[in-house]
Design a binder for this molecule. Structure first.
Ligand code: RET
Length: 247
């Protein structure tokens, strides 16, 4: 059966994906609920962050249902190339999630730092290169996948430079509250985002760990990078007037 993969999540993996889905959904309702305490003009960060977790919730629902993947060959028959090898399930739906949510997370951060929109757009373009090269690399079965991975890593290095240097300096110029909100959220993001290519290397890249372990690795990263990050960001904005940031 061409649609099934030999190496796939188990019932436990599915349960974990649905659990993460539930947490993401709950976080979304909390972020929207908190927005009602503010005038409409001041709800930008609530809306961006809620959108991030709702998109993730749908991606996790898809993976919990064992959908949104394609089988990629990871082992071959040495004796006869015509014999079917071993296939691992690769969840392309992750990349659809990341294509939408990572630019929104960057907007959360760079708008907090008061960066001008052309710079934000440029960093988002680089982020899209990172996600798309990661997707293509995941779907390629030959060793060329590591070439795509390298392009993605180069893009991540550039994004991290923009966060820890350009945006951090810009945020500090806007004063203490904005500088601190950016420092917390920017540091968390930088530490977490660097772990994603490591997860990719042992999952989609090297096929070193099972899909259930992949679920736990990416799941914990996503919980920290989306709901925990979002709570910290919204809390960080409690004394910040968006008008000061030109929003
Ligand atoms: C890939 C593989 C190619 C090289 C690099 C990657 C980085 C991915 C990142 C993803 C971040 C996702 C987040 C999701 C939302 O919670 C695409 C794995 C560098 C940084 C934050």
């Amino acid at each position: 059966n061409g649609a099934l993969a030999d190496i796939a999540i188990t019932t436990r993996g599915s349960d974990w994906y649905f659990t993460v889905c539930a947490v993401m959904t709950l976080a979304g309702f909390i972020f929207i609920g908190l927005s009602f305490r503010k005038p409409r003009r001041d709800r930008l960060f609530h809306y961006i962050t809620a959108a991030v977790v709702f998109v993730a919730a749908i991606a996790y629902f898809t993976m919990g249902s064992n959908l949104g993947f394609t089988p990629i060959q990871v082992e071959f028959s040495r004796s006869d190339p015509k014999v079917r090898g071993t296939f691992r399930e690769i969840f392309y739906v992750r990349y659809i999630d990341w294509f939408i949510t990572t630019p929104l997370l960057l907007m959360d951060l760079m708008l907090t730092a008061g960066m001008p929109w052309p710079t934000i757009l440029w960093v988002v373009m680089v982020d899209w290169i990172m996600i798309v090269t990661g997707l293509v690399g995941a779907l390629v079965q030959s060793r060329y996948k590591w070439g795509f991975f390298t392009f993605g890593c180069a893009a991540l290095v550039y994004i991290v430079y923009h966060l820890v240097w350009e945006s951090r300096r810009n945020a500090n110029a806007y004063g203490r509250d904005i500088g601190r909100a950016f420092l917390f959220c920017g540091s968390l993001t930088t530490m977490l985002w660097i772990l994603y290519p490591i997860a990719w290397g042992v999952c989609e890249g090297g096929n070193v760990v099972a899909p259930d372990s992949e679920a736990v690795f990416y799941g914990i990263l996503d919980l920290l990078a989306k709901p925990v990050f979002g709570a910290l960001l919204i809390w960080g904005h409690r004394n910040i007037d968006p008008g000061m940031l030109g929003l």
